[in-house]
Design a protein around this ligand. Structure first.
Ligand code: HEC
Ligand code: HEC
Ligand code: HEC
Ligand code: HEC
Ligand code: HEC
Ligand code: HEC
Length: 505
């Protein structure tokens, strides 16, 4: 016997109504966000893709799934009854179920559209913020986030330096963002995160959006006070006049340290991933096209036939490699804390002991904090009981300061601190400028790349005091006196042959 073919509406089941509503709302969200994305302009963010390309489609897929479940339920029911059936989308006003479900569909859809679009755009705004980059991936990014908050760029959004404007980086950032999300989910990211970042965008497209390279900075005074690792924490102060220079708009002259960025293009080849060993540098004069190549004849020369040899354009970040994530060495911060009296120099040997405590190996921040606390107290009880008793508040204050230095610069959970993120803006405890200006590199005419102390700065005051006004001053520059008698060794060797980042300053 032939049973009559029954026509059923796809929306006959309430689940179908809800599923369809979710599906439509998800798709709508996707297109709205895509539109914002494509017209968004400068501040692109890889994590935005989380909402646009993951959450919105998830709504749609889930809705579609529900819809298919409702179809399947109806098919099963009809089969159980032995009915033959076909689905349609016609407007079947005679069916009360249908009328009920179309009502359900429309009202759920209305509520969902408002809800999904509202929360979707909210989530979207959230992923664009600095907090999202820094905090959502809390463990991974916390070293970079904390150091960023302590930097001159604390108000510059991450994306300004890490992504920048334009369409090609938009796509690249999307792909990168998805890869990073995956690494987060799979817990497969490296600890520590590798540095330097080899695929960072060239400075011309990021830094120079805010900083005009021709800017003439002239000179800048830098005063540093150092304390020796002796019982009295003996001070020594050096005041430098940094010859930053630039393209002087009045005289049209290019001068000083920022010379590298103007007038000529500078390229170099590094032998290692960290870009610390440099034996080949080329400068091309932008006007005359004259080319000079500086090499270190005794060292390994780059193999230009190898596809792995990268000739890198020297830019802001080769010197300012830590504009935003400065992992300070503890020696430098203890000096600063003593000179500003957040740590008292009356505490005997505090520089030496504090440094030892900060440099020790710890598994977690908590362990470090506990250890610094108990060991500093124990140290004074054992060696200087009179200090431990009469100057207790100074000890407590020193502990507070050391703990703060630790928390803002050491990240044992991510296995990172100043030791593998050194600042290239000097030559004292890591080679920095002396990667090239080492007094050895020569050009094809035999001229040595200058490493005269006065090339980059003048020493205008120095001596064994914290009070710079007590020292002999001369703006024309004075001959460097090494604080410890080492004869002429500082002229013949690199500073880094004796000074290390651990105890350096
Ligand atoms: C002023 C520009 C600037 C800003 C703003 C900035 N960064 Fe960076 N960031 C850099 C530079 C330059 C490097 C590369 C350092 C290197 O390669 O030596 C870097 C490196 C990193 C690294 C790689 C690890 C490392 O220490 O080298 C991470 C992760 C990172 N940044 C995350 C962030 C996050 C998260 C924010 C926002 C909270 C942010 N950055 C803001 C310039 C910036
Ligand atoms: C969105 C704009 C912006 C971008 C992009 C930017 N900076 Fe800055 N930068 C600033 C501002 C604003 C200051 C001044 C901050 C202050 O003095 O409070 C500053 C300060 C500085 C300083 C002096 C402060 C210091 O660290 O002692 C240096 C050096 C510097 N920037 C380098 C860079 C480099 C290198 C890059 C690229 C990696 C960069 N900036 C990208 C806005 C920017
Ligand atoms: C050859 C290395 C080198 C390069 C390349 C370089 N700088 Fe500098 N820059 C320095 C040094 C050294 C100083 C002095 C900083 C100090 O002693 O505190 C300085 C100072 C500055 C300052 C002023 C800081 C202040 O505290 O007043 C800014 C801003 C700056 N640089 C931005 C840039 C930008 C942007 C670029 C790229 C266009 C760039 N620099 C390229 C080495 C360099
Ligand atoms: C990648 C190699 C390299 C690094 C790193 C480097 N420089 Fe240079 N620097 C050069 C070259 C090459 C010249 C040009 C020499 C010439 O004109 O023959 C130069 C020239 C200079 C000059 C101009 C010298 C003059 O005769 O007027 C100054 C000042 C200077 N550098 C300072 C610095 C400082 C400060 C740093 C570190 C923050 C630094 N350089 C890092 C390669 C480098
Ligand atoms: C190629 C450029 C260059 C040359 C050559 C150079 N310096 Fe420096 N020097 C720098 C820069 C850049 C800094 C970092 C300034 C700062 O802290 O802002 C620095 C810092 C210093 C400091 C302070 C160290 C610190 O970071 O606390 C001393 C001391 C010093 N130089 C001495 C010398 C002496 C002595 C010579 C000669 C043997 C010399 N410099 C040659 C660029 C140079
Ligand atoms: C032959 C090894 C040697 C060389 C090379 C050397 N130093 Fe030193 N330096 C020392 C010793 C040792 C001390 C004393 C350390 C102490 O008592 O804490 C010292 C102390 C200092 C101090 C006082 C701060 C402190 O930690 O005591 C400064 C600043 C300094 N040196 C700068 C330089 C500079 C800049 C150069 C390179 C131009 C340089 N030194 C090269 C061995 C050296």
């Amino acid at each position: 016997m032939m049973s009559e073919i029954k026509k059923r509406s796809l929306l006959r089941n309430p689940l179908g109504g809800i599923g369809a509503a979710l599906f439509v709302a998800g798709l709508l969200l996707f297109f709205v966000l895509l539109l914002i994305d494509l017209t968004g302009g400068a501040s692109e963010n890889p994590y935005r893709s989380l909402v646009t390309f993951v959450i919105a489609p998830m709504f749609a897929v889930f809705g579609f799934g529900l819809f298919m479940v409702s179809v399947w339920l109806q098919v099963r029911k009809a089969k159980a009854k032995g009915e033959k059936f076909a689905f349609n989308l016609t407007f079947d006003t005679t069916d009360p179920h249908y009328i009920r479900n179309i009502g359900l569909f429309l009202s759920v859809l209305g509520v969902l559209i408002i809800l999904v679009i509202y929360s979707g755009t909210k989530a979207y705004e959230a992923t664009d913020s600095v907090n999202f980059c820094g905090e959502t991936c809390h463990e991974v990014m916390s070293p970079q986030f904390i150091t960023y908050q302590n930097s001159a760029h604390a108000r510059v959004p991450c994306v300004e330096c890490h992504i920048g404007p334009g369409a090609s980086f938009y796509v690249k950032a999307k792909i990168d963002g998805m890869r990073q999300l995956y690494a987060m989910a799979a817990n497969s990211f490296s600890r520590p995160i590798q540095t330097p970042v080899h695929n960072l965008r060239p400075a011309q497209e990021t830094c120079e959006g805010c900083h005009w390279p021709q800017q003439f900075y002239g000179e800048k005074m830098v005063t540093n006070t150092y304390y020796k690792s002796d019982e009295d924490n003996t001070p020594w102060t050096i005041k430098l006049l940094m010859n930053i220079g630039g393209g002087n708009p009045r005289t049209g002259k290019l001068e000083g340290i920022h010379w590298h960025m103007l007038g000529s293009t500078v390229d170099y080849v590094a032998n290692d991933y960290k870009r610390e060993e440099i034996n080949w540098v080329r400068i091309i004069n932008k006007e005359t096209g004259d080319t000079l190549i500086y090499t270190d004849p005794d060292e390994k020369q780059p193999d230009f036939d190898s596809p792995l040899t990268e000739v890198r354009r020297f830019d802001c970040m080769d010197c300012h490699n830590r504009p935003s994530h400065l992992f300070n060495p503890p020696a430098k911060l203890i000096n600063l804390a003593i000179s500003t009296r957040r740590i008292s120099p009356e505490l005997k040997s505090i520089r030496e002991v504090g440094l030892e405590l900060l440099n020790a190996e710890y598994e977690t921040k908590q362990q470090a904090v506990d250890s610094i606390r108990s060991k500093l107290v124990a140290y004074y009880q054992e060696n200087y009981p009179e200090i431990a008793e009469a100057k207790r508040p100074l000890v407590i204050q020193a502990i507070k300061e050391l703990v703060q230095i630790y928390e803002q610069n050491f990240f044992p959970e991510m296995k990172t601190d100043y030791r593998d993120r050194q600042n290239n803006l000097s030559h004292f405890v890591n080679d920095g400028c002396f990667r090239c200006h080492d007094g050895v590199m020569k050009n094809q005419y035999g001229k040595v790349l200058s490493n005269e102390c006065s090339t980059c700065h003048l020493i205008v005051a120095q001596g064994p005091s914290e009070n710079v006004h007590e020292l002999e001053h001369d703006l024309a520059g004075i001959q460097f006196t090494h604080p410890e008698d080492i004869d002429q060794a500082w002229m013949e060797m690199k500073c880094t042959e004796c000074h290390t980042p651990e105890s350096g300053y």
